[in-house]
Design a protein around this ligand. Sequence first.
Ligand code: ADP
Ligand code: MG
Length: 567
Amino acid sequence: MNRIEDLRRMLQRIDHKSYGMYKSLAGAYDCGRYVLHIDHVQGDPFASPSRLRFEIKKASHGFPEEYWNTRNRKLALEDQVLRRFNGFLRKMDRGNMGSGKSGRISTCRTGQKVMERIAVTFSENRMELRFEMGFPARGRTILADEMNRLVFDILPKLAQGCLLYKNWDAKSRERLQAAIDLADDQEALREELVRRHLAAFVADGAVLPRESGVSDLPMRNAVAFRSPETLRTEISLPHKGKITGMGIPEGITVIVGGGYHGKSTLLKALEQGVYNHIAGDGREYVVSRDYAMKIRAEDGRSVLHTDISLFINHLPNGQDTTDFSTENASGSTSQAANLIEALETGSRLLLLDEDTSATNFMIRDKVMARLVSDDREPITTLLRHIRSLYEKHGISFVIVVGSSGDYLSVADHVLQMDHYETKDVAQAARAICREEQIDGQYPAGELTFPVFSRALHPARAGRLKMKAMGTDTVLIDREAVDVRYLEQLSDDGQTVGLAYLMNWILTNQKAKMPVAGLLDEIYDQIEKKGFGTFVPPNYSCGHPVLPRKQELFACLNRYRKARIVRE
Ligand code: ADP
Ligand code: MG
């Protein structure tokens, strides 16, 4: 391996030469305690910046082993190291170093959640930290002095300050310890959900609303969450000790309330409760079962060989709905497909909001049934199946309902949002259902549970061009996969992650596999070997963050060229 001093000599040789000569610097450099890798050199100062990586052995970084020997803690540690690195970058003003991105150093941004990112990874014997740096130039002329300053002054400061635990000051260590403790507590809380058969838990004092529709930061001066007494649950966490909050039991929970009283905000918090939030977010102790899926209407999505016959039958064009494909689904068929596919990934908690649902999928009233007879209506509403989906198949629902009163008759629990306060109104709801004689009108009947027999053929793809755009689109060669309605996709980097995982599937899958089984296998591997194994070392697009299996599955289902077949 080169030593870092060699780089000084190499730089001298290419000073003031043409930018392309920077390519000769690619490689690994021994810097004593750590190694600097130059993994990819940009083609010109305006191109996306060069990719670099610090690598440091376990014995040198010195982070206590108990911080990274469980997955949950490791993610918290990686998150803290990344936040510190970003903090250093913010503080260091390097001024302008030349044209384009000259001298600019950046890495993966962090948000309100702790996620698996490949920017910082701890493994059995080392830690790696990835970042980008614009190699400096004037026009296309190499500026070796500036590059020297970056490599011999700025990078060492970053490395010393972030990679070595001994250089973390007392306050930073405290913050790190707190993040590790929080990770433990969140894990314990999630285990408690399973043990107590809860679908979700919302802690007293939690701050659910966000600053704005485009910000994930907590709203200031929000009304803090307070649990209704009847559902108040006390949970003891290893570090924080006893906390109380609302335990939403498995079953069918309906959230009602007037417009603008906070219904969707509560549901959103549950959607995002599949992720762990950082200290100060307000949702630290708001968790839902990890397989929770938001189910909404999504007109225009494509569907590939999905059995939606549970909800849709006898289409006017005679199409077989046990093996349903379309390039352009309607509101109800898209929502049916979304629901069935969620079950196919093994989700047993579905979250719906009347605001984003197809009305005819949710409900059909008696007046309409008189005019349009049942045999002319392809849709069987969710209302008809919901009791047996729960009672016979263990699928829980949390549904926000503003106007479809019939849902009260199928609910196990009814919550009312009233000026952002949560009230348990189950008894009142039950009394009204009796008065209106609608109790028990949708009993758990027989239903034919869909058969999940879809398989994915290996693609014949060679190299694919992948690109991610915000949290909206994954581009695979020129084919756009629309993921904007996957509302639980919560970080730009996850879309990048989807692009790489899709790429992996399309280029590495060897044999025909059941779709859900294939994904289970991939996520098993990720758990064992880390997400990094699925991202090529010379990755070139954004900062990959691990999406959930559910969103990868959803992405695959929306990829019109996926070779999905029904067995
Ligand atoms: P709904 O779905 O019942 O119509 P939303 O959940 O969309 O209502 O909330 C309406 C508005 O109230 C939103 O702007 C939201 O940010 C705000 N809001 C929600 N919960 C709170 C709260 N606990 N404190 C303060 N504002 C809140
Ligand atoms: Mg709403």
